[in-house]
Design a protein around this ligand. Sequence first.
Ligand SMILES: [Zn+2]
Length: 66
Amino acid sequence: MSRDSAEHICDVQGCTDKAERSISGKKVEMTDLALKSEGIRQDHLCKTHYREFKKETKGTIPDYMG
Ligand SMILES: [Zn+2]
């Protein structure tokens, strides 16, 4: 992952922000976030949507898994 220096754009529908985090697609599908396309192994989330993701998964997914 550290070799991947390419910039990613947030994978949430309608969002064009720069992605800050990449999350397992399965976990993102567990939330209400609407993705541009489903079934992606690794989704990229901007700061805002990552915060939403964290809120929705609070208490259900430990941090170390992300
Ligand atoms: Zn976003």
